[in-house]
Design a protein. Structure first.
Length: 392
């Protein structure tokens, strides 16, 4: 390692200003199209004001960690930024000595992933001046996994990087980007959107429909050792795979509110996967919650995954309804980066063999194969919901 006092020598520092950009207005790479085109007021995503940045410097023929920032875009670190088509995030300023640098910027990462505190100022991270896409760098984040191996990502995680040069005359070199230095960040997760289709009143099984209550959701996903789940981000915000903890099985957990909405397409009612209606996104602690999966944006073709179990447990009228797929059920997906995995289920009957000491009553779900269902709700519906159809 190179000690911090050796980085940059004794030259004065220059204030470098970074402007965060989200190219494509955070659009998803998905075939889910809105029924009507969204305007400028459409909420595209929500950003926690606290961000992290890792800056590395090329010195003595090595890339070393120069600066680690954990700061806020504003003085109120708990007031989220509501990102619409015309929203601009405040600039980031940092003082640096002359030299060649790279910066990795992370948004929404610290509240959904585990930051690795083993990173140190002066730590050597690469001996290659040109860092290629196949070069492995030190990890910055890894999946946050509970004792029962469940992971919860409830916000969209964004990251990005850029190389820049600070000149010796207190300015950025002409060969580098102009001030402010723009950093493009991209979405590093995909959303798992499950819909529960309600029966019509005239249906013979309408009396065993989905109840409005609070739910805990557990979904088991599997892949192969050749295409493991991405389980981290490196210091430049690129996908990272921890050698000692390759994930071929993933358990998604979330606590889900009881919101039902009518689709503009088929005018049927669907239970959707998020919290309050409308999402409380203007207060100190947003209560929206979507299940997200960390993805590898260097693999646009995606990876094959299989849903092997889905269990939804609630509390209603003094007992706990439990909705689940049959034990032998499997469902195949292709998990692509920056995408939405949408699937639809409906309740089909009681599980007569279900026994539990907690007053739980079991129900079976089945997959709804509807080729026209891809555009029931547009990609940003969860953040821009219509009136709820709850039946409390």
């Amino acid at each position: 390692e190179i000690t911090p006092t050796e980085i940059g020598g004794k030259n004065g520092k220059t204030t470098v200003v970074f402007q965060t950009e989200i190219p494509g207005l955070t659009d998803y790479a998905t075939t889910l199209e809105p029924m009507s085109r969204a305007g400028l007021d459409t909420i595209k995503t929500i950003i926690n004001p606290r961000y992290r940045a890792i800056i590395i410097k090329w010195t003595n023929q090595k890339w070393v960690i120069d600066t680690i920032l954990f700061s806020s875009f504003n003085s109120n670190s708990w007031s989220p930024y509501i990102i619409r088509n015309n929203t601009t995030l405040p600039p980031i300023s940092v003082e640096l000595r002359p030299g060649k640098y790279k910066i990795g910027l992370f948004l929404n990462a610290d509240y959904n992933l585990t930051f690795l505190n083993t990173l140190k100022i002066g730590q050597v991270v690469s001996n290659n001046e040109t860092i290629g896409k196949d070069d492995i760098l030190a990890p910055a984040y890894k999946l946050s996994v509970s004792s029962d191996n469940a992971q919860t990502i409830k916000d969209e995680v964004f990251s990005g990087s850029i190389e820049f040069t600070v000149g010796k005359n207190d300015h950025l070199e002409n060969s580098g980007p102009t001030r402010p230095t723009r950093i493009n960040v991209t979405r590093k997760v995909s959303r798992f959107r499950y819909l529960l289709k309600e029966h019509l009143p005239e249906d013979s099984i309408s009396d065993i429909d989905f109840f409005s209550t609070q739910y805990d959701v557990l979904a088991h996903l599997e892949t192969t050792s050749e295409t493991p789940f991405c389980d981290g981000l490196d210091i430049l915000g690129r996908p990272h795979y921890h050698i000692d903890s390759t994930y071929t099985r993933l358990i998604m957990y979330m606590s889900d509110g009881a919101n039902r909405f009518e689709s503009e397409k088929d005018h049927r009612i669907y239970h959707m996967t998020f919290g309050t209606n409308p999402p409380v996104i203007t207060g100190s602690f947003p209560t929206y919650a979507f299940p997200f999966i960390l993805t590898d944006d260097t693999k646009p073709e995606g990876i094959p995954i299989t849903l092997t179990s889905l269990r939804i447990t609630g509390q209603a009228n003094g007992y706990s309804p439990v909705y689940k797929l049959p034990d032998d059920f499997t469902q195949s997906f292709v998990l692509k980066p920056n995408s939405i995995l949408q699937t639809i289920y409906e309740v089909v009957g009681r599980d007569s063999t279900y026994k539990n000491e907690k007053d739980e009553v079991g129900y079976y779900l089945r997959l709804v194969n509807d080729p026209d269902a891809k555009d029931l709700f547009h990609p940003y519906f969860e953040l821009n919901p219509t009136a709820s159809k709850n039946n409390y």
